[in-house]
Design a protein around this ligand. Structure first.
Ligand SMILES: [Zn+2]
Length: 300
């Protein structure tokens, strides 16, 4: 579907009381799996990449963001489900601006350590420029704890304050607000405790669609309650990568790849293709979330 806007997708979800999934991919194969799942479920969806990872200084080779933006635009255009694109969580604001130029339909800049006055100022200018290009902006107020799988520990978070959030949204003009209400980034081994009362207070004060990051670590039964209290988008990332990692791991355990034709393992897309097998598992994983988001059959 050509030119589906993120803000329209979020507005529809907020009005009809379901959540749109933003399923963060990292390459062609994983993006295609997200789109396939959305088509299968006849659900609106958001596709995209993480600005922090694309621009990470750990990368040995620099990525050209225009390739990613163009690719996503084409994926969204050719999808039969309403599909919008997001450059999620750029930790360098310049990269969020670059995302606008690269054709992303929504961008997000985060800095959880920045003072709120400065953050408000930067977001406001980003919004002004983005809106002049017909691009939307998501921003976060509060701090999400981050889970460490190695130590099973979580960093300190800071819940979103409803009054501050109302002021932040009014002063910046952002299109969607990511909230910290007990949700945790990268949580895989247990489910986070979501503060629905706090969410309701934020929803009472803030009119823009609300976003829950850390979808992997939230119990699927919570999404109905969250949608009823203004959550229009849920981000899922870590769980998708785990699906693919586990799929590859199982493949190498079950197959003696050294004796196999490499074309069967990679690139032909048949029954023994390692990427296709992971792709199918990813489609099922995403579809399960879409069902929990009540996104099924919401495409129109
Ligand atoms: Zn996030």
């Amino acid at each position: 579907m050509p030119n589906v806007k993120a803000k329209d997708i979020l507005k529809d979800a907020a009005e009809r009381g379901y959540c749109v999934g933003y399923f963060e991919s990292w390459d062609l194969e994983s993006t295609a799996a997200v789109v396939r799942a959305a088509e299968k479920m006849r659900s609106p969806v958001m596709i995209g990449f993480c600005g922090e990872y694309l621009a990470s200084p750990e990368r040995k080779y620099a990525e050209d963001i225009r390739l990613y933006g163009t690719f996503l635009k084409e994926m969204a255009r050719s999808s039969s489900a309403p599909t919008a694109t997001l450059l999620n969580e750029s930790t360098d604001i310049k990269y969020a601006y670059k995302g606008i130029g690269a054709g992303f339909d929504m961008v997000m800049f985060v800095d959880e350590e920045m003072r709120v006055e400065r953050l408000t100022d930067l977001q406001k200018h980003l919004v002004e420029f983005a809106h002049s290009c017909d691009v939307s902006v998501e921003a976060e107020l509060g701090v999400l704890p981050t889970a460490n799988r190695n130590t099973s520990e979580m960093s300190q978070g800071l819940n979103t304050d409803p009054e501050l959030a109302a002021r932040f949204v009014a002063e910046t003009g952002i299109d969607a607000l990511a909230v910290a209400i007990g949700n945790v980034h990268l949580l895989e081994w247990e489910k986070a405790e979501i503060d629905l009362e706090l969410l309701e207070k934020i929803h009472d004060k803030v009119s823009v669609p609300l976003v829950l990051h850390g979808g992997t670590g939230i119990d699927k039964s919570m999404f109905r309650e969250a949608a009823a209290r203004g959550i229009a988008k849920v981000n899922v990332g870590a769980g998708m990568k785990r699906v693919v990692i586990n799929s590859y791991k199982r493949y190498f355990e079950e197959n003696d790849v050294s004796g196999m034709n490499p074309n069967l393992i990679l690139g032909r897309g048949g029954g023994a293709d390692i990427q296709r097998l992971a792709h199918d598992e990813l489609v099922d994983f995403v579809a399960e979330f879409i069902k929990a988001f009540q996104g099924e059959n919401k495409a129109r």
